[in-house]
Write a protein that binds this ligand. Sequence first.
Ligand SMILES: Nc1ncnc2c1ncn2[C@@H]1O[C@H](COP(=O)(O)OP(=O)(O)OP(=O)(O)O)[C@@H](O)[C@H]1O
Ligand SMILES: [Mg+2]
Length: 368
Amino acid sequence: MFKGNFSLNLSALEGLFKAKMPPLIGVDISSSSIKMVEISEPGKGLYRVERYAIEPLPKDSLVEGNINNLDAVSDALKRCHKRLGSNVKNLALALPNAAVISKKIMVPAGQTEDELELQVETEANQYIPFALDEVNLDFQVLGPAPNNPDDIEVLIAASRKEKIIDRLAVAESAGLKATVMDVDLFAAQSAFELIEGQFPDHGKDQNIAVVDVGSSIMAVNVLRNDQSIYMREQPFGGNQLTQEIQNKFGLSPEEAEAAKRAGGLPENYESDVLQPFMDMMGLEVARALQFFFTSTQHNQIHHIVLSGGCAAIPGADETVGKRVQVNTLIANPFVNMTLSSKIRPKSLTQDAPSLMVACGLAMRRFDP
Ligand SMILES: Nc1ncnc2c1ncn2[C@@H]1O[C@H](COP(=O)(O)OP(=O)(O)OP(=O)(O)O)[C@@H](O)[C@H]1O
Ligand SMILES: [Mg+2]
């Protein structure tokens, strides 16, 4: 079944994607920063983090996944790559979830590749709200249909060409090359698979909510046996905390952002600003789980994996776990990897929750 080893086939655009994969860097262009991760495989199934880097993005250069300022993003990409210090120039990038429509369809088994392609296009026409020549269509056969042996299940993904073109363009103007185009959600799911070994029975038949609290969006993706059974995004994130710090202590956005991570704020910060924010985070997670229970037939979450920059706030796991009474773990997809001697383990552990997408993308290098 779908294991997240899916990347959009851009061959229609660039003819890039059939060749065997050379080394590549996973690059997450997110609203607050660019994150890069490079992973190697020194032994079969043994991974090693070679390098990683995080470079802040100027405010509003990326809004809701749309690149608003191509120059700003490409400059930051260049800086990030320089900081990374790698000679690898091939990148695996991802599209925001909202730029991609994906849908499972059933089609008769036993068709040729050409027939299948035609059928997928016909089906896609029915639910994609824009002209087919504006989209890139890709599909992956998932396997036999669960209810009918004569059918197969196919996952279709359609994305607006302009979103892909923007990402190819920023890479190119930074002197780099996008060779894989994935989707945020799928990349994060691949990273999740590096974590699930920590759950009893590897999480089999359990509902595991991956809750990502970033700078502006909180995304909840409930997985069961490595398949997404529920997904919801809502506005909530670390920007609210930064804003509060600015207001309360009269700091600039940059100062507030730095103080939040480095500490050194007045004594009443914890009680007056941080604690209310943490309580709100617990409440938002509780609400999101309620939505999950009311809109599916499920009534239990077995574990929560907390990711995104806000998961790095000390005590985030405890606050959320206590509020919703579910075992809560801070995401670290590198937990079973060795580290290059240049990486400080403590820094990586701190940054790991916000590197889920970049890590999942870096792992694309090892896809068969
Ligand atoms: N150590 C830390 N302590 C407190 N907050 C942190 C820490 N590290 C990161 N953050 C906060 O996390 C947020 C960034 O998280 P992340 O990188 O996951 O967001 P993003 O992916 O860019 O945003 P979004 O997912 O909303 O598009 C910022 O608000 C930042 O201040
Ligand atoms: Mg994010």
